[in-house]
Design a protein around this ligand. Sequence first.
Ligand code: SAM
Length: 345
Amino acid sequence: MSEILFDVGISDEVYAKEGMSVILYVNPRMMFEITLKEGDCFTAQYGAFRHNDIIGKPYGSKVLSQNKKGFMILLPYFSELWSSCLETRTQIIFPSDIGAILGLLDARPGKLFAESGTGSASLTHAIADSIGLKRQCLEPSFEDKLKYGHVFTFEYHSLRADAARAELYKHGLAHSATVTQRDVYSNGLLPNELIDIDLKSNQLLSSLKESIDKGEGFYDGIFLDLPSPWLAFDHAAQAVKKGGVIVTFSPCLEQCLQNNEKAREIGLIVGKTVQILNREMDTKRSKMKAPCCFFVPSSTDGKRRWCCEELDLKPSLPPELDVFTQTRICPLQRTHTGFLTTFYK
Ligand SMILES: C[S@@+](CC[C@H](N)C(=O)[O-])C[C@H]1O[C@@H](n2cnc3c(N)ncnc32)[C@H](O)[C@@H]1O
């Protein structure tokens, strides 16, 4: 691998350092991502938090607000938390779908993927996190990308592409992800390195180009989250390896049908369509007063039954019967997000 420019092995870090992206965590539904900078201050409804009070603290610490009345928990960046609090520039793929997508793509170190559109790079971070071996080199050569695994992500909106590139760099993932501004319907999904180059000058590139021209493809998997994925299918079918997978995310079944029709027309194998339904639970134990009816051994015949009149037994109940586990479905949560479909070449 080429020169190690900047070791941002965030998951190996114990302390929050200046320049790092960290998460200030309140609860599963409220957290904030900040980049630590000496002298800066982050203000939320829990108070004002000085970056200087956070820099140097170990992860897992409580960080107090300036007036010491509020606190949050300091956690390192990782992609699942980040997807829950990133600044959304588009609709994004959420963690429950991300888990399934990584499984469907078989995202593992060393593999090569293409993705479009990049959008807010929620999924891009997760793929880059799964395939990169170590966050070491922020400017990998093309040979490094092939050797260590890479996701090439394509977005036609230039500001979104720039923002995604900057965030991946900040999170130390530039070694595993390349953002390219491109309209994939017209210009396809092959990396820039394989387009408009003098093939004669590079043996590796010319042999790759030759195998792509023979229909052998380049990527292990391709993910499409586009308004009309079927318009990118000819390019995706050319760019994916034989035996590779294309996964689409579509918010409605009508889109899935159009994808399937196009896929059959060009000889792709249509796999399955799944909808991931997430059900988050609130689970807690709490001490409760005796309810008006209680399931207890009867004082008269010793059998267990619901028995209101047995309430006078309450003082002699063992203490563990006073502790209830309460579970309920979280009142606010996403249900339908979209349908994921697999296609094989
Ligand atoms: C729903 S967003 C993708 C969100 C992304 N999967 C995420 O998790 O953050 C769809 C993106 O596709 C981009 N897009 C639409 N048509 C495109 C095309 N022809 N080529 C490249 N990108 C395109 C849009 O600009 C938009 O940013």
